[in-house]
Write a protein that binds this ligand. Structure first.
Ligand SMILES: C[S@@+](CC[C@H](N)C(=O)[O-])C[C@H]1O[C@@H](n2cnc3c(N)ncnc32)[C@H](O)[C@@H]1O
Length: 210
């Protein structure tokens, strides 16, 4: 990458300014050892949620609520975000973050449990947006479930799609990297999906279900 490209990337990553609510959600994430999305990825989530006019959204991997607050800020006024996390402490922190951001309890539905157990219980073609940011080995399953859950025109967003910049290096064969390469390929080859891979943050894969 040219030095100019690196500078431009750092510039765009540094543009969004977070308010007190997000900074506190970030602090909760830090205290719990959760790796939250960066501010530029958050801004992208808000824009995607707003432009999709989503009424129903699911996030797999709530953490302490940073990504959820960004999604809720973009979602329509009465839209509901379903946040799934296997760690009850993380979900508790996420709920605090949502409340502190001023979202009433009826705008969020938090579900505690392994996503592999929770997702099959959610209704087919009932969601406008699915955001994946959890345990990478399970991403092929989450992809399958996300395609099932999304309505036609719905949006799939996968964070850290470049697996800490390892995906583009063919010699790297880490398990998570291999999984993300496979998931990226499966999405590109899926005729139900139109996709793009953005270099924002740790890499964000965005796809629309036809
Ligand atoms: C990277 S953090 C999510 C950060 C959050 N999206 C944010 O940006 O604020 C990943 C989260 O996924 C949760 N997680 C990991 N494996 C899971 C699983 N199998 N089912 C449900 N949640 C899981 C972890 O407890 C953690 O809170």
């Amino acid at each position: 990458m040219s030095a100019d490209k690196t500078t431009s990337w750092s510039y765009t990553e540094g543009l969004p300014v977070e308010d007190e609510t997000l900074l506190r959600a970030r602090e909760r994430s830090h205290e719990l050892g959760v790796s939250a999305i960066g501010a530029a990825t958050g801004a992208l989530l808000s824009v995607l949620a707003a432009s999709s006019k989503a009424q129903t959204a699911v996030e797999i991997g709530a953490g302490a609520g940073v990504s959820g607050v960004y999604l809720l800020r973009g979602l329509a006024k009465h839209a509901v975000l379903t946040s799934i996390d296997g760690d009850i402490e993380h979900l508790r922190a996420a709920k605090e973050s949502f409340a502190e951001a001023g979202f009433p309890a009826n705008r969020t539905r938090t579900i505690s449990g392994r996503a592999a157990d929770v997702l099959p219980r959610l209704t087919d073609a009932a969601y406008d947006l699915v955001f994946i940011n959890a345990d990478k080995p399970a991403y092929p399953l989450y992809l399958e479930q996300a395609v099932r859950l999304l309505k036609s025109g719905g949006l799939l967003i996968i964070n850290d799609a470049l697996d800490q910049d390892r995906v583009a290096e063919p010699a790297i064969r880490e398990a998570s990297t291999v999984v993300l390469r496979q998931v990226g390929k499966a999405i590109r080859e899926n005729e139900q999906l139109i996709s793009t891979l953005l270099p924002t943050g740790a890499g964000v894969l965005v796809a629309v279900k036809r």
